[in-house]
Design a protein around this ligand. Structure first.
Ligand code: EPS
Length: 383
């Protein structure tokens, strides 16, 4: 049985979203403002839909925290859906059926497969849970994990590297600023960000949507999290799974990623050097901080690619599952582009995976024991 786990529940337009997190050690001081800053970051971004004007997402702790400190109990977090007020009839828990059914299923969405698999005649029964609204709870859980990681000297940050085919110029990015600044698209190449916004505007006018790529960087991870000994203990595999588990993610890369398939070993592997100050060190990080399924002490670098959102204001050709007729897919309020939001969710999922790996290695009863175990281990491996 895993020593760290979490579950989320809730529909996009239901009363609230909730999460239960088990495995956070006792004695962790909680900074609610920090968590809510990430909740707000997830909501921002040029190209977000009207829903973001309705919500002011806040994480509310219902259990597991007393006087601002964790007790070692399962932590329950609630995120209210303000928009629920407008959906009490259509999303009534025990009332009579109300409102039109969603039957013009959207290509690229869970709609069609979901109604068939779960034997529903209204795609709303599927789309409400498939919605990326659920990621609000993941950011709350990730925010809690980030605080655990911060107490252990680990930081998780992210930035957007591509939207709608417009990429950053890596040489224009001040990597030390990532995680500090306040960019609308969470992009640290200002010239590229302007072009991305222009592209999003064009897509909006065209009734289209855009995807992109974000990068998560995890700094300060001790070497040796994860393991080479079994496929399901590999930290790179867990990170890839966590990223792919975010709605709309279609690809994940670690370090040099797909470039590894193009270049010879001499240009991929990070050569090792030695001096008394650094012990064994590397000058490059094409491995993205992971070798043999284990963290190697360098920054962990993961990229994920998000497809364009399937709700198009100029809808695609589809089929009505009620009548069987060929129709245009349904359209309802949505985002033109949510890659910057996904980057914040990526941070959260990475924080969750690293928190799990860290507590797996160093224990999760009490913070004091975890920190002591980690310090003793670092002293041994770092010499
Ligand atoms: C989201 C809330 C949703 C969408 C988006 C993400 O709000 P609504 O459906 O009420 O407009 O903006 O959801 C989707 C992209 C989707 O496919 O459902 C949020 O809170 O992030």
């Amino acid at each position: 049985m895993a020593n760290f786990r979490f579950l989320t529940a809730g529909e996009s337009h239901g009363q609230c979203l909730t999460a239960i997190v088990e495995g956070i050690p006792a004695g962790l001081k909680i900074n609610l403002d920090e968590i809510n800053k990430d909740m707000a970051r997830r909501q921002q971004g040029y190209g977000r839909g009207g829903r973001m004007k309705i919500e002011t997402d806040k994480a509310e702790f219902l259990s597991g925290v007393r006087f601002g400190e964790t007790m070692g109990d399962p932590v329950t977090i609630k995120v209210a859906n303000r928009d629920w007020q407008n959906w009490t009839d259509r999303m009534s828990v025990m009332g009579e059926e109300y409102g039109d059914k969603v039957t013009a299923v959207r290509p690229g969405h869970a709609d069609l497969t979901g109604v068939l698999k779960y034997d529903r005649d209204d795609a709303r029964d599927i789309l409400e849970r498939a919605s990326a609204r659920e990621t609000a709870t993941r950011v709350a859980v990730g925010g809690l994990c980030k605080q655990l990681l911060k107490a252990c000297g680990i930081e998780v940050v992210s930035h957007v590297v591509k939207i709608g085919g417009i990429g950053i110029d890596e040489s224009a990015v001040d990597y030390s600023q990532i995680g500090q600044g306040s960019s609308e698209l969470n992009c640290y190449d200002p010239a590229a960000e302007e072009k991305m916004k222009q592209r999003i505007h064009e897509a909006m006018v065209e009734g289209d949507t855009l995807g992109g790529v974000f990068e998560v960087i995890i700094r300060g991870v001790p070497l040796g999290l994860g393991s080479h000994i079994q496929w399901d203990k590999r930290l790179d595999g867990k990170l890839a799974w966590a990223m792919m588990g975010i709605q709309a993610i279609k690809g994940v890369e670690i370090g040099a990623g797909f470039k590894c398939g193009e270049l010879p070993g001499s240009q991929i592997h990070d050569e090792m050097f030695y001096d008394e100050k650094h012990n064994v060190y590397r000058k490059t990080n094409r491995a993205g901080g992971l070798e043999g399924g284990m963290s190697n002490g360098e920054d962990i670098v993961v990229r994920a690619c998000m497809k364009p959102i399937p709700t198009l204001m100029k809808p695609l050709h589809s089929v009505d599952i009620g009548s069987g007729e060929e129709v245009l897919a349904c359209k309802e309020r949505s985002d033109v582009c949510a890659v910057s939001a996904a980057s914040v969710v990526g941070e959260a999922m990475a924080a969750i995976v690293i928190a799990e790996a860290l507590t797996d290695k160093f224990g999760n009863d009490a913070m004091v024991d975890l920190l002591a175990a980690m310090q003793a281990y670092k002293a041994r491996v770092q010499g």
